[in-house]
Design a protein around this ligand. Structure first.
Ligand SMILES: Nc1ncnc2c1ncn2[C@@H]1O[C@H](COP(=O)(O)OP(=O)(O)OP(=O)(O)O)[C@@H](O)[C@H]1O
Length: 304
């Protein structure tokens, strides 16, 4: 069953439509990256999924039910929407215990989630003294108390150092490998490309792209090679015959996919064709993302 289903979801605040007829699904067993520039409506969408904001129109369901109809929500869905939401004076263990008890969950889950998130050593310490990375881990531990099949994280790597980012990324992936559905928001394409299997991209509250990461990478130039030669049409035919896909690039260049630059160089040598350029293209995902969301960002800028 689809883990999260968002259908025609719309949120208006006064005259502003911040989420606009949004539909997408989040499937089990994968990390779905929820991407969009600042102010695109990601947090608002997540809040509506979690029953923290009421949709103006449309619906968001978890395992086929609205959040408000889940008998024990923590056992179905865990969400980290704001890592700062922990009382600084509370000890990590007590924070988790209070959540477990108030949700009717067994005490042993507290020890289990502390171990899962590598916080056993600091269980007795006050959260106020935690680094941002530790607070994020504590927030993630809380989402796992009810062992839910669905997890939602809003910008979990914001402000973390590379080690913290790496830990969160690996953890999200392991949760998905266990068959859980993981929805994680970010405004950084590069980060998502390394973490997610699937991407849902929004701008100005509207759906811009709903695609697998591999498809996105393919469509945005990863693995192409720029080739220049005076024997352009001849070499294009040779490349196509060898199984490559060739299209025209700027200034009489060829953009080749499906072959490495090494293979292309060897093919040229074999046919005695001189190349004046042979350059593997570094796909800039951030560029592709900016291009994709350009209109929504420009709108934001003009409105600000
Ligand atoms: N309670 C509210 N009342 C009025 N406007 C709101 C409210 N909450 C959010 N907004 C507006 O809705 C838009 C979308 O905000 P949202 O926080 O969902 O975006 P986001 O994609 O999560 O961005 P960010 O990465 O900056 O958090 C913004 O323009 C924001 O100002």
């Amino acid at each position: 069953m689809t883990a999260i289903e968002v259908q025609g979801l719309t949120k208006r605040y006064g005259p502003d439509t911040v989420v606009d007829d949004l539909s997408f699904t989040v499937s089990p067993g994968q990390v779905t990256g929820f991407l969009g520039p600042n102010g695109a409506g990601k947090s608002t969408t997540m809040k509506m999924i979690m029953g923290l904001a009421a949709p103006t129109q449309g619906s968001a369901t978890i395992g086929g039910r609205h959040y408000r109809d889940l008998p024990v929500p923590l056992t179905e869905v865990g969400a980290l929407l704001d890592a700062g939401a922990v009382h600084g004076s509370r000890r990590a263990y007590d924070h988790l215990l209070a959540l477990a008890v108030s949700n009717g969950l067994p005490r042993r889950r507290v020890d289990e989630v502390l171990a899962l998130t590598g916080l056993e050593g600091v269980a007795g310490k006050r959260a106020g003294g935690f680094s941002l990375g530790m607070r994020q881990r504590l927030g993630i531990a809380a989402t796992l108390l009810g062992d839910p099949r669905v997890l939602i994280f809003d910008e979990p790597v914001n402000g973390l150092d590379p080690e913290g980012i790496r830990w969160i990324r690996d953890f999200m992936r392991s949760l998905a490998h266990e068959g859980r559905a993981v929805l994680v928001s970010s405004h950084l394409m590069g980060e998502m490309a390394q973490t997610a299997d699937h991407l849902v991209v929004i701008g100005r509250g509207r759906l811009i792209a709903d695609t697998s990461v591999s498809e996105f990478l393919r469509a945005n130039g990863e693995g192409t090679v720029l080739v220049r030669t005076s024997e352009r049409s001849d070499f294009a035919l040779r490349l196509t015959a060898a199984g490559a896909t060739v299209r025209e690039g700027l200034e009489s260049s060829l953009v080749v996919s499906g072959m490495t630059s090494h293979e292309i160089g060897k093919l040229a040598a074999y046919h005695g064709i001189a190349l004046s350029e042979l350059t593997p293209q570094q796909a800039s995902l951030e560029d592709a993302f900016m291009e994709l969301t350009k209109d929504s960002v420009e709108y934001q800028g003009a409105a600000a």
